[in-house]
Design a protein around this ligand. Structure first.
Ligand code: SF4
Ligand code: SF4
Length: 366
């Protein structure tokens, strides 16, 4: 039987305040029957708070309304959580405890040492463990509140990426990214513009005697250098993005084991859908018109529906940088045409791991 999902369309049928997305979101929360999930329980809301000059993360309006609804539904405690580094300048996006109405708790704290380790047996390639932040594991209910956008490494970021890359230690993110392979520099192609060095968020690159040197201790395999290079002189080896997707799915699945039955909820915000992840510290033009909001209790169904809705939306002219290598094959998903990686892979792996169903039915919230 298809999994039911709630869907609030951004587009109002008529221009009335009551039919706008903010008011639809409130009605969507009412329909979720939050009380049966959160009453008397400790609730962790996992968000990506973004960073730097970016501002296309989830608008504080929605966070505040969600926290209010969770409290009104009888939660014993509620907090918003994200990586420590993204909590530091969260105020720049209007994210404060006063605005939210609840504490903001770092996933693994400043020293990145507040986590629990789960062995992966047998290891998956080089991934021999999963390190998950303790605060989220100590919650009774997980509310995965995700801004959906493109992603250079895995095609897109939604509910699964919010968990697998955003509830773990820095070391764990490095383990996941390293599933993709290593960096290769093509000296013949390089024009020594230094863009890769200047745009590495982890100061992992430098030129030494004219040769590009990668300090892998710092490298998080984020591929910013490969994507920013104007002549494609840097790339990852092995093309192992499918291994990365599988590693992400395994990490999400391990976290979700902690929240059996009704103790988890997923809300995907399909608006301000930009080309790259919010960790890029920038906001770029929207790729597609704002779609709306999906909510449900099945991570597989919500990710599948998210990708299907995005694929049916038109690419906004001028949304991509000039000369972007857009695959002309319109039968492929929009994110695959942009990032050359099948975004459905993680959905397939999550389904194989027993996290949910790819069959869904949308129930529209008017
Ligand atoms: S992959 Fe990311 S962290 Fe590693 S060198 Fe390139 S930009 Fe820096
Ligand atoms: S961005 Fe590309 S062309 Fe520029 S220095 Fe780095 S590798 Fe060379």
């Amino acid at each position: 039987m298809p999994t039911p999902l709630l869907f609030a369309s951004f587009a109002p049928k008529t221009l009335e305040p009551n039919l706008s997305i903010g008011n639809k979101f409130i009605r969507l929360l009412e329909k979720l029957d939050l009380a049966s999930t959160v009453s008397g329980r400790r609730v962790a809301i996992k968000m990506h708070l973004g960073g730097g000059g970016g501002f296309s993360t989830i608008h504080p309006f929605f966070v505040r309304k969600l926290v209010r609804a969770v409290k009104d539904a009888g939660a014993a405690e509620v907090f918003v959580t994200d990586l420590y580094r993204d909590t530091v300048d969260a105020i720049d996006r209007g994210y404060t405890e006063e605005v939210f109405g609840c504490p903001i708790v770092p996933v693994c704290n400043e020293k990145d040492d507040n986590f629990r380790t789960f062995p992966v047996e047998p290891p998956f390639l080089t991934m021999d463990r999963i390190e998950l932040g303790t605060p989220i594991l100590e919650a009774d209910v997980l509310l995965d509140f995700s801004h959906v956008k493109g992603h250079g490494v895995c095609g897109f970021g939604g509910a699964s990426k919010n968990l697998s890359m955003g509830t773990v230690t820095d070391k764990m993110r490095q383990i996941l990214h390293s599933l993709e392979g290593g960096l290769v520099w093509d000296e013949e192609k390089c024009i020594h513009c230094n863009a890769c060095v200047e745009n590495c968020p982890n100061h992992a690159m430098k030129f030494e005697d004219g040769k590009l040197d990668v300090f892998y201790h710092n490298c998080k395999f984020c591929q910013h250098c490969a994507l920013i290079c104007p002549v494609k002189a840097v790339h990852m080896t092995a093309g192992g993005y499918l291994d990365f997707q599988r590693g992400m799915a395994m990490t999400s699945a391990k976290l979700l084991e902690n929240f059996p039955g009704d103790r988890k909820l997923f809300i995907n915000m399909l608006m301000d859908t930009t080309i790259f992840c919010d960790c890029w510290s920038m906001t770029t033009p929207r790729l597609i018109p704002d779609i709306g909001i999906l909510a449900g209790r099945d991570i597989v169904a919500i990710e599948q529906a998210t990708l299907d809705l995005i694929d049916s939306a038109p690419l906004i002219p001028g949304a991509l940088p000039a000369n972007w290598d857009l695959d002309p094959d319109e039968s492929k998903h929009l994110f695959e045409r942009i990032h050359h990686k099948d975004p459905y892979a993680v959905v397939k792996y999550l389904a194989e791991l027993g996290c949910g169903s790819r069959e869904y039915v949308l129930n529209e919230v008017e």
